[in-house]
Design a protein around this ligand. Structure first.
Ligand SMILES: [Zn+2]
Length: 331
């Protein structure tokens, strides 16, 4: 679906319109912004627009030979560069192949487009190889880079691209989009996904696809049982063996922010509605110093988890749960 998108997400329409109405396009763009908000879809739609033989209404037509080839995934003049596996680096070989692609003549007689994401995943050698392509632009060849963290790119790469920031949708726009993308879910389920995804709708849809709602309720039930001493930390840590650590770390992080807001009186209800009662209970019994210590521990370990450090997941979860419980236990 994503690869074939002809239109950007609705909240990016103003940026899109301004872009496609330009009579001349830059030879390299960098689309930056938070993850999960449709940057890749934007870049793919723009690639489709650039390649289309008869764009209409500011979009690729979807019917011409070029569009049909692209939709079939066999357009010879579009090249997508991404890590071989999600979370891995984009290696120099991939960028060198890109150089070959750029130096060839367009086979369909028109333009050539490269879509590269996430650009921050390029290792040093790959970035240097790309720089060469950027320094020697080829006529009718367009480079579209997509990045969650444009500030992590080489300044020399950024400066050779036209940088276009793509923003988050409003809450209402995001929920409306989720309503169309996930009509089978109830309103409160879509809102729960929206909160879990930090307001990023495409991330929310990914979470739905990986069954995060079910995992979430399992973890929430586990926390309740833990606090009531009906379940032990090690038992839960074993039971959660199929739940990605990244998700658990994200949830505890978000709950901790709720705890801070609730315990300082900055908020009266938790953002995480499914944990509202638990967090309200905990906020009343918290020790401020312990909360600070916990937060530091969580930040450090969340960083290790997101950085794909080699961790013993059962021990880590057990330690996390014990500390969480200790937050509200009198010493
Ligand atoms: Zn077309």
């Amino acid at each position: 679906m994503l690869e074939q998108a002809r239109a950007p997400c609705p909240w990016h329409q103003p940026v899109w319109t301004a872009l496609v109405e330009q009579t001349r396009h830059a030879h390299a763009y960098l689309f930056g912004g938070p993850p999960g908000i449709g940057k890749r879809q934007f870049a793919q739609a723009f690639a489709a627009f650039l390649l289309c033989n008869e764009p209409a209404h500011g979009m690729a037509c979807g019917r011409c030979r070029s569009c049909l080839l692209r939709q079939a995934g066999s357009h010879p003049d579009v090249c997508t560069v991404a890590p071989e596996e999600e979370g891995k680096a984009i290696r120099v070989d991939a960028v060198r192949q890109l150089g070959d692609f750029i130096s060839q003549t367009a086979q369909q007689g028109g333009r050539k487009v490269v879509v590269l994401y996430p650009a921050e995943a390029m290792n040093q050698n790959a970035a240097n190889a790309l720089l060469k392509s950027l320094e020697e632009p080829t006529a009718e060849t367009y480079l579209l880079l997509v990045s969650d963290q444009p500030s992590r790119l080489l300044a020399t790469i950024r400066s050779r691209c036209l940088v276009q920031s793509l923003g988050m949708p409003s809450r209402s726009a995001a929920l409306e989009w989720l309503g169309q993308a996930l009509p089978e879910l109830a309103v409160d389920q879509r809102e729960a996904l929206f909160v879990m995804a930090g307001g990023a709708p495409l991330r929310a849809a990914d979470l739905a696809a990986m069954d995060a709602l079910r995992m979430r309720s399992e973890v929430v039930d586990g926390i309740k049982a833990l606090l009531k001493s009906q379940a032990g930390a090690s038992q839960l840590a074993e039971r959660w063996s199929k739940i990605p650590l990244e998700l658990v770390a994200d949830w505890f992080h978000s709950w901790t922010l709720d705890l801070l807001r609730l315990s300082t009186g900055a908020a009266e209800t938790a953002v995480n509605a499914d944990m509202d009662k638990v967090l309200g209970y905990m906020a009343q019994r918290l020790d401020g110093a312990a909360l600070m210590q916990w937060q530091a521990w969580l930040l450090e370990h969340r960083g290790m988890i997101l950085g794909k450090a080699n961790l013993n997941r059962v021990l880590l979860l057990e330690s996390l749960l014990l500390q969480w419980k200790q937050l509200v236990e009198r010493r």
